[in-house]
Design a protein around this ligand. Structure first.
Ligand code: ZN
Length: 200
């Protein structure tokens, strides 16, 4: 219970404020102190993983170019803009198919975040990229698919480990997640005495 401070919650029955002390949190419940109420409020417990874990990770997964599997691209935490532009985070070659390249300069965006409740990295794909200054979205010319299903323009979709991302219908990339070792993960575990957001 280290770090637990006295907190106010709203009583589930009368809606008035009740003060939760460390001893109440330890017991897992608190009796409403307001006259005429006296309801027993349950304090849900739980845990999450500290997000600073991402600073110590040796990598964030990679993309393998399936048309030529010796070619791989390491990913970075946050936003990965994939395309042929020198401004892309993941700059890929202008792969040619009958003299044509189907990958746009900034074709799609793969965003990596840390899910603090699950303790896993999350990979989310969208077609095109959003200008960081204006927020304006620019889409690829030939589209993006996940596992051979075309993404809708405004769609943002989770990519599972091993998912296949196809750019412009011709170039296939397979995602490999970075899996955080459980021994490392457990050292970043934060126990909650209770979570006020989840109090019934
Ligand atoms: Zn009450």
């Amino acid at each position: 219970m280290s770090g637990f401070r006295t907190t106010l919650i709203n009583c589930q029955q009368c809606g008035r404020r009740i003060m939760v002390r460390p001893s109440d949190a330890e017991r897992g419940s608190i009796k409403c102190s307001h006259i005429g109420c006296g309801a027993i409020n349950t304090l849900a417990t739980g845990s999450y993983f500290d997000e600073t874990i991402v600073r110590g990770l040796p990598g964030f997964g990679q993309l393998t170019y399936l048309n030529e599997p010796s070619t791989t691209y390491p990913l970075q935490f946050g936003r990965n803009v994939i395309g042929t532009s020198e401004l892309a985070t993941i700059r890929v070659d202008r792969f040619m198919h009958n003299g044509k390249c189907f990958i746009s300069r900034r074709h799609c965006t793969l965003t990596i975040t840390f899910d603090k409740w699950a303790g896993t990295l999350r990979y989310q794909l969208e077609d095109g990229f959003a200008d960081p200054d204006s927020g304006e979205k620019q889409f690829s010319l030939n589209g993006t698919s996940l596992n051979h299903i075309a993404l809708q323009k405004t769609e943002i979709i989770d990519v599972a480990d091993g998912g296949i991302i196809t750019l412009g219908g011709a170039d296939r990339f397979q995602l490999t997640h970075y899996l955080i070792e459980p021994v490392m993960l457990n050292t970043y575990k934060v126990e909650l005495a209770f979570n006020p957001d989840h109090t019934q």
